[in-house]
Write a protein that binds this ligand. Structure first.
Ligand code: PMP
Length: 411
């Protein structure tokens, strides 16, 4: 026996546990609607054409190498990333009010945010939507921060509980941190309307809270980068005289960089009295972020960053990338419509329009955990027990069988 023998065994991660069971399942027609990763119409992972072209360009460069990046990452990535998320006409970019650093995808950006907050504002509470991506809670709590929830999904109406959300903003201690899904809310697929974002962000500004936008699906949700960045750009505008904004940006879904771990963390500062003041605070923030990153990963991974930077900085590749995002988002939309239509044709009890109304990778189907368990056991269809289905796992070959199986477990 050693001192390690008493260490407790933890259950497998809920989401990656589904993947393990799926991989071990020998039934031929199994369907994976678990992890949110895009699949093509044959159910295969898809390397975006823009990514293939960028890789060719990178390898053709005579100066190609595997040197370390800076601690804050590849400048061509962080500046290109800021451009797409804040918009080419962004006042914050023009006035240089943004401090950016590369991160280990979206999770790493959230981790930097959590480390930063726990170091400088440890007493501030972190408000997460109910429900939210399960890792949010884990990431903030791991840094000793206290998390709380704000109402979001109204299960009765399958719509946003705006009143509950507003009440939370009202009663949260001043300066609390509100984590907001920039678009394609995970797991519900339900986003606030433009008018609702106005209300939410105005209330956050009024109460002096900090807004932290988690952007994991920009361009992937609607096919349009600008549309999917609406909430962030509105937040930057509404808070520009009030408080900084934190933005965690992932390129996992929209560039298909999942395992390459490409992301950025941005702090947008409010307007300062003088240029000198702005320069001073930016330098200080950048030095602090560097210190956090240096002790954890030393410097971020280079290969995926070069791919994304190459796309962002080439007119031709960016144009191809826009098409690629439309390919992905429109196939997902088509699958939403097909699934809804099949369920309606079968007369499956319940209403299914929410599948089409929801956006992004997921549908919060409304299936119970018992139904989900039966889908797995009897039909080899895998999804999260909350009833969240990754629509990207559907294709023309399996959607009919999925609809029939849902019909069977719902009855
Ligand atoms: N936030 C949300 C809401 C997500 O859904 C995801 C991906 N599942 C992430 C962040 C981060 O993912 P990654 O670290 O792969 O970029």
């Amino acid at each position: 026996r050693t001192i390690f023998n008493t260490i407790e065994l933890l259950p497998p991660d809920a989401l990656f546990g589904i993947k393990q069971r799926y991989n071990a399942d020998e039934r031929k027609d199994k369907v994976d609607l678990g992890i949110g990763a895009y699949r093509d119409n044959q159910g295969k992972p898809w390397v975006l054409p823009s990514v293939k072209s960028a890789e060719l360009a990178i390898h053709a460069d005579p100066n190609y190498n595997h040197e370390y990046l800076n601690i804050t990452g590849l400048n061509a990535l962080t500046s290109g990333a800021a451009n797409i998320i804040f918009g080419p006409d962004s006042d914050a970019i023009k006035n240089e009010r943004i401090v950016s650093t590369q991160s280990i995808s979206g999770t790493g950006a959230l981790h930097i945010a959590a480390k930063f907050l726990s170091k400088f504002f440890p007493e501030r509470k972190i408000y997460l939507s109910d429900p939210t991506w399960a890792n949010h809670q884990a990431i903030f709590q791991a840094q000793g921060l206290v998390t709380n929830t704000y109402p979001y999904w109204d299960n009765e109406t399958k719509s946003l509980d705006l009143n509950g959300f507003e009440r939370s903003i009202e009663v949260a201690p001043e300066g609390s941190v509100f984590v907001l899904h920039a678009c394609a809310h995970n797991p519900t697929g339900l986003d606030p309307t433009k008018e609702q974002w106005e209300t939410i962000l105005e209330r956050i500004a009024y109460k002096g809270h900090l807004a932290l936008f988690d952007s994991a699906y920009q361009g992937f949700a609607s096919g349009d980068l600008n549309k999917d960045a609406y909430s962030i750009r509105l937040g930057v505008e509404k808070l520009k005289r009030v408080a900084p904004i934190l933005v965690c940006q992932s390129f996992a879904k929209n560039v298909g960089m999942y395992g390459e771990r490409v992301g950025c963390f941005h702090i947008v500062l409010p307007e300062q009295d003088t240029k000198e003041e702005l320069t001073t605070v930016k330098k200080a923030l950048s030095s602090q972020l560097s210190k956090i990153i240096r002790s954890e990963v030393s410097n971020p991974p280079a290969y995926g960053a070069k791919i994304v930077a190459t796309i962002l900085n080439s007119d031709e590749l960016r144009a191809q990338w826009y098409k690629d995002m439309i390919t992905m988002s429109s196939r997902i939309m088509e699958m939403r419509v097909t699934l809804r239509d099949r369920l309606n044709e079968l007369g499956t009890p319940g209403t299914w329009d929410h599948i089409v109304e929801q956006t992004g990778m997921f549908s919060f189907t409304g299936l119970t955990s018992e139904m989900v368990a039966r889908l797995e056991k009897e039909h080899s269809i895998y999804m999260v027990s909350s009833g969240r289905a990754s629509i990207a796992g559907l294709n023309k070959l399996n959607v009919d069988r999925v609809a029939q199986s849902i019909d069977e477990v719902v009855r």
